[in-house]
Ligand binder design. Sequence first.
Ligand code: OOG
Ligand code: NI
Length: 467
Amino acid sequence: MPAVEPTELRARFARALSAMYGREVPAYTTLVDVAREVNADVARARGAEAERLGSLERVTAERHGAIRLGTPAELARVARVFGAMGMHPVGFYDLRDARPTPVPVVSTAFRPIEADELARNPFRVFTSLLAVQDRRFFSPALQERLEAFLAGRELFGPELLALADRAEAEGGLEAQDAGRFLALATEAFELSREPVDEAWYRTLEAVSAVAADIGGVRGTHVNHLTPRVLDIDELHARMEARGIAMIDAIQGPPRWDGPDVLLRQTSFRALAEPRRFRRPDGTVHEAALRVRFGEVEARGIALTAAGRTLYDELGAEVAAVRSADPAADAALLARERWNARVPATERALLDAGLAFFTLAPVADRRPDGQEPPADVAGLLDGGWATARPVVYEDFLPASAAGIFQSNLTDASRHDDAQHGAALDAEWLAGVLGRELHDPLALHAAEQEQSLAAVRRTFLPTAPLPRS
Ligand code: OOG
Ligand code: NI
């Protein structure tokens, strides 16, 4: 085995990016500090219960990043870099359909997919690809110019890719190569100081600030790095108290009477960062860009397909009330509906088939001649097993669009009369040249495996087929 395995590469990469981003965007460091304080306070107040959805150590170290790329070739290359660190593409998010403001990207997230890898270091990166072929945003002429511009840049060079491929094939790298790989990988996401062609940048900005951020510059960069927090409402309040303007809303499920589910996120507004621009006459000047921001998230229990349907239904109901009455308090409306319609305990969510859990055998259960039942509820009722919630490890399309939008102040231009390009999960998998994992299937498999393991424990000689 090479000295530095993918898990270690991932953990070191997450730390290196965090250090770099903290230097680039000092408000990020404030956010991390406040998140750490909130987590420590919650751990003190709630004791062991605070660690029900992950150890304090994991949660405190946990981050996700967001990056934005311009071409399928760039996406395929970044998949190799992440692959070296045990991060695999999971989920397909189409943000072009988001309303009121569509975003001209499709996205996936790279993350570890095994429970023990997630426990060691869950670093994930939300990765968006500009949909240059989508006529609702880009004319044929603009698509052509974008493609020509993007073809002329190299985000991930041959040395980085060769090291990445070797790490993936051999299960890691020797110490010196690991250091080189991490230095190159981190540098690939550093904000470039190279002057930006102002006329080109502004042309794209008129279509969408995201298009300009991706296709208007010769490098790529971290858009945000997001710490995880155990009480996001408390964090929101503390950041405001420090004078940092947060977006009004928390995306995702409301605060309600039941346990945390799925994902709740909020962000602070993009900060003005000085960037250098080159005018058509060749002179360089400095101007402020607002594209990079800070985001924070709270993770909860993963919902099943039925749970997701209910989540979407409740969201649509709240949106409908809001469109009829824009003054309505969305958070309050959502809370009332959730409290009325969603079972408010872990066990009730499990019984209703709305959320995922893993089971562990009760080691000292006394034999009573019974056979363990096949279903989760039966195993729990019979004292065979205890249940732990499965943490939601992915993203939510409406929230992701909301996070993008919350930081797009300029109106973007799009033409709904045009046909959108047919970009779907299958297309993305082809671009990646890798399996694109399905978030629900991964969580379901985790539950199934734990169920089978419990049954095996009690039937050691005759393992039953998976139910
Ligand atoms: C990505 C926005 C989505 C999230 O956490 O949902 C996102 C971006 O702004 O590039 O990061
Ligand atoms: Ni994010």
